[in-house]
Design a protein around this ligand. Structure first.
Ligand code: UDP
Ligand code: MG
Length: 309
């Protein structure tokens, strides 16, 4: 069976046309299919629409999260409840075309554990989004030791082996693309053109994107911490040289001014570096804190899946 995971956040206007294209694709498949909608605290009528779909088809299931937990956690909730031996992650806004699914399935038949969809073209997304995304992926690739594929979102198909691997990663900061890359096994890609949204606006605000980016970096790289250390050493070295120079000008050259500007520069510079270092450490500590608190990743308000917990 194939499980299709659909996170839903305020998608009432585009859902119907997406579901039409998805269903027409699913009927062509020979495998059994289940669809899992995860309503991630939508404030519009998405949940009503989702429940209608579930009433019309007993292969359709839904999880209604107790509030908006964010895309990565919504997808995680879906993965946790999927029963299929192949699992598809995709957006429900029409940006990930269902017509790519058969292609991904065919690739999987060749013996791959993960087939992710690589975007060769992005339509109708703001230049700023494309530029920040491309900068971020380049940076991430430079500073992490694992190879996280560029130009890919979460649109992909994976098998049970990967899902079981993911379940062994209980971290609270979810960056599924990175986690799946970290798991290894055999992974490959197919290319597709990313469409614009069917309707509505993106649920990924810049705030959420920065959050995701920081989660990705702190989860997969310790380089920022090392940078703080290195800049500390560099400053200490500069400071030491300054001491030598001060002594030299005081006792050998005998020329010394009440050095207001050099003092100010040093204080501001060192203060800045120290705050930066503390900030970086803080980013990591806050994430350690989240993991130590060990709160559940998400809570389910309502579902038509029988839960065994
Ligand atoms: N989404 C979600 N929770 C959120 C934001 C988004 O479940 O807090 C869902 C959304 O409904 C869509 C998918 O995640 O199915 C991708 O989100 P979106 O299209 O807003 O992101 P973008 O494509 O702009 O990166
Ligand atoms: Mg989208």
């Amino acid at each position: 069976m194939i499980s299709i995971i659909l996170p839903i956040y305020n998608e009432q206007d585009g859902l119907a046309s997406f579901m039409r294209s998805l269903e027409s694709e699913l009927t062509k498949l020979k495998e059994d299919v289940e669809v899992i909608f995860i309503n991630d605290g939508s404030t519009d009528d998405s949940l009503v629409l989702v429940k209608n779909y579930c009433d019309s088809n007993n292969r359709y299931k839904y999880l209604d999260l107790s509030r908006n937990f964010g895309h990565q956690i919504a997808v995680t909730a879906g993965i946790d409840h999927a029963l299929g031996d192949k699992i598809v992650l995709m957006d429900a806004d029409g940006q990930d075309p269902p017509s790519v699914i058969p292609e991904m399935l065919a690739k999987m038949e060749e013996g791959y554990d993960v087939v992710y969809a690589k975007r060769i073209k992005r339509q109708e997304e703001s230049l700023l989004k494309k530029m920040t995304a491309s900068f971020f992926y380049k940076l991430l690739n430079k500073i992490t030791s694992i190879e996280i594929p560029v130009d890919t979102g979460d649109f992909r198909i994976m098998n049970r082996k990967i899902v079981e691997g993911l379940k062994k990663m209980p971290e609270k900061q979810r960056y599924l693309r990175g986690q799946i890359a970290w798991l290894g096994y055999k992974q490959t890609s197919v290319s597709y053109e990313r469409h614009g949204r069917n309707a509505g606006t993106t649920g990924y605000t810049y705030r959420k994107m920065i959050h995701l980016a920081l989660d990705a970096i702190t989860s997969f790289s310790n380089l920022p911490l090392r940078l703080a250390t290195i800049s500390g050493f560099v400053c200490a070295l500069i400071g030491f040289l300054l001491i030598l120079y001060t002594l030299y000008s005081r006792f050998i050259l005998q020329v010394y001014e009440p050095g207001w500007s050099s003092l100010m520069i040093t204080i501001v510079f060192l203060g800045g570096i120290q705050l930066m270092g503390i900030g970086i450490i803080g980013e990591y500590i806050s994430r350690i804190n989240d993991n130590v608190k060990n709160r559940p990743l998400y809570l389910i308000a309502e579902t038509n899946i029988t839960l065994n917990a």
